[in-house]
Design a protein around this ligand. Sequence first.
Ligand code: ADP
Ligand code: MG
Length: 702
Amino acid sequence: MRPSLLDPLFAPVTSLDGVGGRISALLANVVPVDTTGREVRIGDLIFVLPHSMIDRRNRPGIAAAPEGAVVTLEVRVDRHQPPPRGRGSVPYRVFAYDDTGEIALTFFHAKQPWIEKLLPVGEDVIVSGRMEWFNGRPSMVHPDHVVLADKAEELPEVEPVYPLTAGLSAKVLRRAIVGAVDRVPVLPEWQDAALMRKQTFPSFTDALRRLHEPADPIDIDPANSAWRRLAYDELLAGQLALALVRSRIRRVTGRPLRGDGAVEARIRAALPYSLTPSQQLALDEIHADLASPDRMLRLLQGDVGSGKTVVALLAMARAAEAGGQAALMAPTEILARQHFATIDPLARAAGLTTAILTGREKGAERTRILDDIAAGRTNFVIGTHALFQESVNFGDLVLAIVDEQHRFGVHQRLAMTAKGDVPDMLVMTATPIPRTLVLTAFGDMDVSRLTEKPAGRQPIQTVTLPLSRLSELVERMRKAVSEGQKIYWICPLVEESEEIKLMSAEDRFAHLKPVFGDAVGLIHGRMNGRDKDEAMRAFKEGETRILVGTTVIEVGVDVPDATIIVIEHAERFGLAQLHQLRGRVGRGSKPSTCVLLYKEPVGEVAKRRLSVMRETEDGFRISEEDLKLRGEGELLGTRQSGTPGFRVARLELHGDLLEIARDDARLVLDRDAELRSERGEALRMLLYLFGRDDAIRLLRAG
Ligand code: ADP
Ligand code: MG
């Protein structure tokens, strides 16, 4: 149950003075949280932080007030000049003066009685707002503040400026936020005292006050100790929640997997190469995890072509040695079949059986496969997500591997496998996820990295070419084919709604057919599985030399003697996808080429992407550039301003706090696994404050 102390923060914003349903709906656009399906709460509003401030202490006098500056003037009202009758578009002007000159205070569509009351003739008033000079005459249009001189204290000296949304005035938003901050109760401190001293963190409430009631520009600087305190609160809440999920998952098994290395030795003997040092290191780490009674949760990260599959296979070998089954899940059917084609012969060499299970296996065949899996007769099962979605019963599944999970649904997947009987987990990704994102998404999930590619690989030469030079390119490809090279030719997916005329894979195939005859093949997503297989097989075995396709071949496809990839409309692809596609070549010992065909005109961002591709093959650099170009949002599948998924933390500024938060979370749970101590109880409030209270439910269930 939520501590009642927090109730005021969970009250809807409509409980604030002056906030009704309409404003509440507008506030939903400014709060840094997705409030779909619920009301905007006071506790959402307090995390709307200012991005700048207005200093109203600047009082230069009328004559010296510069154009465009926000100034405060003490003036005497001289006369009113209402618009002539029937001329509503002419503004209402009030003239006022100080020792240095005269100014027009200008109002559009204003009611006369209201202005007469606001600015009585002969009175001394203080006005504050933006200066405008027009033809040498100063004016101030709709001053932000007008107060009588003897009530000067009503004028705020400094005001925070918040992000706005159409229809919501700065004044209304500010008033709502002030009201919200006033509702924040006195909360027990959840942060460690020593850390607070070291980081000079203020208390939660003081931090909020400093940011929302700034006296100086430094008070709203995201690098100041108040902002950092709140960022740390948020990061700690996240790490704590992840650590709770994780400790719960870990607790579930307790079966060490050990083997005598016999299966592994036979597979290795059948491999035409030996492992690279980082493949060996990753495998050692995986073996150590498997041998421990804790459940393995490991991410195997390796750039395209770094050789993740064989590491997976050797991990599976250990599972078999320990007498259990292993499953490998691929994102597409093509990839599942490819893995099967690689793994089945090697497994056979070691005396093991492998099954494939996708949507295609049907009827009696499927029943037989399922029976074998359930009876434990099948050692390795390879498939698409059908494998985990359906109720496939394993005799004794001890290791589950998820391949090419570069779309980052991993977090949910981990949660999913937290149910029921759970095997050791290995997730393989080619996306070089930056460390900070690994931490925020996985907590302290273990990571193995393949840092080098197998020996003998040659750099891929990347060139860009306008579509207008297509015929030249076709001529070059004709030569390449006659030399025995293999070529992928990628066309973007054409959406039905698209109006721009794009060459679809089918169109391009038809266009290349007269030139290349039977040497050109076609593969795309709308073909049925068997035709896709056939197209892949023909290409692999060299019956076709050019494979025209859509991005169905983006992920994982491995034809080591393909040496050229042409990507049409490269300007339409994202960097990560271009890198994935390019990784289809450069997998053998021969030099490879990637041709990025673009259609002019190319926008700035697309231009930058193409030149990044020309400059580097380094997946890490590419993903960093990618982040810069599109923001971190899309990587995590959520798009918001600032760092996705966060209200106050900005990883580019507060990234240093992340590791501290991870260690802190781990320490807390080591000492107080159920969050029952005094600090533990306070930390529960922190989880509620940042919407991570679903982790608390785990506590109770666990
Ligand atoms: P990815 O990491 O992109 O999934 P793969 O596992 O598909 O990469 O491996 C890419 C290619 O490299 C495959 O053809 C594979 O046989 C080959 N390969 C893997 N490891 C080695 C190695 N140690 N030495 C030589 N070739 C290797
Ligand atoms: Mg792969």
